[in-house]
Every structure is written in structure tokens, then in C-alpha cells.
Design a protein around this ligand. Structure first.
Ligand code: QAP
Ligand code: CO
Length: 178
């Protein structure tokens, strides 16, 4: 089932997500619905809080070299913890909860992460390049942090202005279809 995505400035995005303790059918259903929702909206990463579930779960599905987004490459991370971080990189990030806005954000170049899979099995991953960036972006959501929080004052102003335009246009569209 495709779920609604919570969009900025909705306060729910600021909630700290809680540890997952039950690796049950409800969790599996949520992860499956998150995947459907992410594909529908052409995303590469999604945290549970973005579909209004404040639990420490996220999914990432990066395109391969040919640009195909294969479900076999789907990464599901429950209760992730960064155990090592190094280097720095800039990447132009976007977010399904902040549609149409993209800006360069500084991240660690490499991260090691401990997490659990949907069955509660403990895993560890060494990530770099786009995967490292995606993990940091999605893990920020678990603590109520958005990529726009990392902008300088001037760029944040530019964002607020551009985003108002997006919100205005969205409202107009809704009026027309009503
Ligand atoms: C997070 O972002 C991310 O504005 C995932 O109109 C960001 O899937 C991971 C999207 C940067 C790695 C690097 C954004 C779709 C999707 C939009 C997304 C939009 C439609 C963003
Ligand atoms: Co996001």
C-alpha cells in the first residue's frame, strides 16, 4: 500500500523516533509499504517518520551503474548506529519530505554502521560514496533532523523563499482538482 509522505514544515518530522523492539509482521508490512511509497515517489531513501511512523527504521535503494533501481539492492536498516566516520564530501541532496529543493550538504565520506535487519539479526556495513551519504541523511530523520537544517543562514533563507513557491503551487493544484 502506498502511504502519504509527511512534508515539511509538518512538526511530526521533528519527532525523535523510538527503538524498534518487535520484529513482527507489523514491522514487515510497514517496510513493504515504505518501499512501495518510495518507488511511487521516485525516491532512493525513506525513513519511517516520513510516513508518520516514529520508529528507528529506514530503507535505501540506490540505482546501479546502469541506473536501474533493483529491489535486490534494497537495504533495510533497523536501529542503526554509526560506529566509525571519516573524511568529508559534499553532495547535492534532496528529500521526499522537502520536494523540489536540492542543495549541497557536507557529510562524512565513509561510515561504518551497526544495524538490525527486519528479522532482528545484527548486521554491520562499511559504506562510502552515495550509500554513506544516504545512510547519514536517513539516520538524521530518526532524530528529527532535515538536510535543510545544515544550510547556512543565507541558503536557509533562499530555501524558505523557494519552498513557499512550491507550497503555493501545490495549493493551487489542489483547488483546481477539487
Ligand atoms: C535521501 O532522497 C538522499 O525533491 C533520499 O521532488 C538524498 O529520495 C539520499 C525526491 C541525497 C542520498 C543523497 C526529492 C523526489 C527524492 C524531490 C530522495 C522530489 C522528488 C529524494
Ligand atoms: Co529525507
Amino acid at each position: 500500500m502506498v502511504l502519504d509522505i509527511v512534508e515539511y514544515p509538518d512538526k511530526r518530522l521533528r519527532k525523535k523516533s523510538q527503538e524498534v523492539k518487535n520484529f513482527d509482521l507489523d514491522l514487515h508490512r510497514l517496510l513493504d509499504d515504505m518501499y512501495e511509497t518510495m518507488m511511487q515517489e521516485s525516491g532512493i531513501g525513506l525513513a519511517a517518520i516520513q510516513v508518520a511512523e516514529p520508529i528507528r527504521a529506514l530503507i535505501i535503494n540506490l540505482p546501479d551503474e546502469e541506473g536501474n533501481q533493483d529491489r535486490e539492492n534494497l537495504l533495510e536498516m533497523i536501529n542503526p548506529v554509526i560506529t566509525h566516520k571519516e573524511g568529508e564530501v559534499f553532495y547535492q541532496e534532496g528529500c521526499l519530505s522537502v520536494p523540489t529543493f536540492y542543495e549541497d550538504i557536507k557529510r562524512f565520506e565513509k561510515v561504518n554502521v551497526n544495524f538490525q535487519d527486519r528479522f532482528g539479526n545484527t548486521k554491520t556495513i562499511e559504506a562510502d560514496e552515495l550509500l554513506a551519504i544516504a545512510i547519514q541523511h536517513e539516520m538524521d530523520h530518526l532524530d528529527g533532523i532535515l538536510f535543510i537544517d545544515k544550510l547556512s543562514y543565507a541558503r536557509r533563507k533562499k530555501f524558505e523563499k523557494e519552498y513557499k513557491k512550491y507550497q503555493r503551487e501545490k495549493k493551487n493544484k489542489q483547488k483546481k482538482s477539487a
